[in-house]
Design a protein around this ligand. Structure first.
Ligand code: A2P
Ligand code: MG
Ligand code: MG
Ligand code: MG
Length: 353
């Protein structure tokens, strides 16, 4: 009997692996005018666009009927003012599509040497990511560079790809080119890929997609429990986490890190919980920022909910809807953290009245 979703898993690892080579290459070559500022003031680089163009091109070949919910869109690149960055993006995406990697990419997905695309085809590939999402059917979601601010500062970032079926995440792959294979050995091998398939567990792979190793969240003790949190104070409420830490008697300092690398670290036992509470600016979390990470945690024996204790809903469209925050933790401590979050929320509400 064939393993369910084996082709999707193999594809997602191949695509993320190729994407990580592209983003690492871009980081080493990035020049100042290759970063733009989007309408919401967030940065986007030629690396974000080129990666989405490349992965969506691969997706269109491998699973032509599957729609894609992608972070980026090509409208700014189509304008006359976008000519210089557009040309650079096309060059980078084509170089990545043509790269001669082993693992049988060419045979399986029709890419590799000789697969150069036109400018129009690559811009259209980026815009295949404009799907609105929703409750029914298959769809992929991609964040080509999650944690662009981390990427720009040479810190953590992640290439994120997930398959959602009828609102439920079934496959999640996250590539972390700057994450040490072993957290306590930062001078050892750097770069890893994380994979989860629903019902089939979670694994860490090397950046070349080899040596799959099962991972799971170990039991926590109050002495070892610490929070993983965003670097950016605008993305998650650091003060709230401090309050929750005090309520729980946590003594370790939080570990700050950009991107879904936080979910990856939690899944393999580096840190006991990831807490992401809204900063109150009305921001709605996007599905591509949580789909692969939340599945990874669930398959690593963890639990992911919002601050009301409800599962994240990936069937609402491009966002998770109203922002009630995210609590990801091992099975043994999730309920305790949720209770402390709710107590902190009550205290804050009472202080206002
Ligand atoms: N106000 C906000 N609240 C929560 N997340 C945000 C906010 N603004 C941007 N983000 C998103 O947070 C993610 C990074 O999270 P972290 O800080 O944990 O690394 C990015 O995908 C970023 O989106 P964007 O790509 O549009 O910048
Ligand atoms: Mg991004
Ligand atoms: Mg993101
Ligand atoms: Mg972004």
């Amino acid at each position: 009997m064939s393993v369910p979703l084996a082709a999707e898993k193999q594809f997602a690892v191949a695509a993320v692996r190729r994407a990580c080579l592209l983003t690492s290459f871009v980081f080493n070559k990035l020049v100042k005018n290759e970063t733009l500022v989007k309408g919401d003031k967030s940065p986007v680089t030629v690396g974000d666009f080129a990666t989405q163009a490349m992965v969506n091109t691969m997706l269109a070949r491998a699973f032509p009927d599957d729609p894609i919910v992608g972070e980026e869109d090509a409208s700014d690149l189509r304008a006359e003012s976008g000519t210089t960055v557009r040309e650079r993006i096309i060059e980078l995406a084509n170089d990545a599509l043509n790269a001669d990697l082993e693992l049988g990419d060419k045979a399986s997905w029709g890419i590799g040497p000789g697969s150069t695309q036109t400018t129009d085809a690559l811009l259209d590939a980026i815009d295949r990511g404009n799907f609105a999402g929703g409750r029914t059917g298959r769809m992929w979601t991609i964040d080509p560079i999650d944690g662009t601010k981390g990427f720009l500062r040479g810190g953590q970032y992640a290439v994120c790809l997930a398959l959602i079926v009828d609102g439920i995440v079934q496959v999640g792959v996250i590539g972390c080119p700057n994450l040490p294979a072993v957290w306590t050995q930062p001078r050892g091998d750097v770069g890893c890929i994380f994979v989860a398939v629903r019902g089939q567990g979670a694994q860490q792979l090397t950046l070349s997609g080899a040596s799959p190793t099962p991972i799971s969240i170990p039991l926590s003790t109050p002495g070892t429990l610490n929070f993983l949190e965003s670097v950016e104070a605008a993305h998650a409420d650091h003060g709230f986490n401090e309050r929750v830490s005090k309520l729980l008697g946590i003594i370790c300092e939080p570990t700050r890190m950009d991107s879904q690398a936080k979910y990856c670290c939690l899944a393999r036992g580096d840190g006991g919980a990831y807490l992401r509470m809204p900063t109150g600016v009305g921001y709605k979390e996007k599905i591509w920022d949580h789909a692969p990470g939340s599945l990874l945690i669930e398959e690593a024996d963890g639990i992911v909910t919002d601050s009301r204790g409800q599962s994240l809903d990936f069937g609402l469209g491009r966002t998770l809807g109203e922002n009630y925050g995210v609590i990801a933790a091992g099975k043994d401590v999730h309920a305790k953290i949720l209770a402390a979050v709710q107590q902190a929320n009550t205290e804050i509400a009472n202080a206002k009245t």
